[in-house]
Design a binder for this molecule. Sequence first.
Ligand SMILES: Cc1cc2nc3c(=O)[nH]c(=O)nc-3n(C[C@H](O)[C@H](O)[C@H](O)COP(=O)(O)OP(=O)(O)OC[C@H]3O[C@@H](n4cnc5c(N)ncnc54)[C@H](O)[C@@H]3O)c2cc1C
Length: 282
Amino acid sequence: MVDAAIIGAGPAGLSAAIDLTLLEKRFLWFGSPSEKVARSEKIANYPGLGLLSGAELSRRFAEHAAQLGIEPANKLVTNIMAMDGKYMLLAENEVYEARTVLLATGAVAAKGLPGEQEYLGRGVSYCATCDGYFYRGKRIAVICASPRYEHEAAYLAGLAGETFFWPAYKDCTLSAEGMTRLDSPITAVTGGLKVSAVTLADGRSLPVDGVFCLRSAVAPAVLLPALAMDGPHITVDRQCRTNLPGCFAAGDCTGRPYQIAKAVGEGNVAAHAMVEYLAQNE
Ligand SMILES: Cc1cc2nc3c(=O)[nH]c(=O)nc-3n(C[C@H](O)[C@H](O)[C@H](O)COP(=O)(O)OP(=O)(O)OC[C@H]3O[C@@H](n4cnc5c(N)ncnc54)[C@H](O)[C@@H]3O)c2cc1C
């Protein structure tokens, strides 16, 4: 079992990963490089770097990680369970164990869509490759948060009998056989014991067997329901400790201001607090 699992590869997760490496801890690291950083046109308030583009800062972040020989696993963590002084994490159908967890997941809507949390595992899925097979020939809805996931949406459309597709971004050109592009956002997931429909903003209800939410993040309250939250933010103390022993949080997910310097600072604080926790709980 490793000392720590970091969930998130944005500035907060990277900062913690750097410190845990320098402090010689064994850790798992999940996430994809921050789209928020990459999308920033100009960053002018990160000390020491002057004015630079988000793309350039992303490149430097990746370079720093590579210099230390660390790289995040591009996997979405979909569930975390606290168990007898350790944490079990589920990422793309694989289970991992760590003594501590750092949530550095960025700012995410508190619980996703209405019905999303309730039907997770009962028709709602975050992983096309893990669960797509079960929807062969069926009718599904796909919510795609970024062009990064279009290949997964296309894969699902190839398996399903009928796919209702909602790209939550502009200028999407994806099309596939059996895929209907929605012109109104999906606003809720509904059903009985299992998912049976999605509701659209225009009031329509479309019958479906499954809903795939293709995003780079999962809301903290979905990941770890026992977590104390203040609205969409995880409640932490000044050591970035959450209400759950051994579970820490850093960056945008703990609250405003949503800034790189704050995320990096909290990642550093959290890493040190995790090391202290590990020493106290040998
Ligand atoms: C357009 C724009 C411009 C900005 N300009 C500036 C600026 O000029 N200066 C400034 O200081 N800030 C700026 N910001 C804000 C800044 O980008 C954020 O504050 C910062 O990226 C937060 O870092 P973070 O690590 O907390 O979260 P994020 O950068 O959001 O990273 C979150 C990470 O968590 C991962 N993740 C989430 N859930 C999971 C999961 N379940 N499993 C695996 N991985 C997961 C994601 O893949 C991602 O790697 C800007 C933001 C935007 C959108």
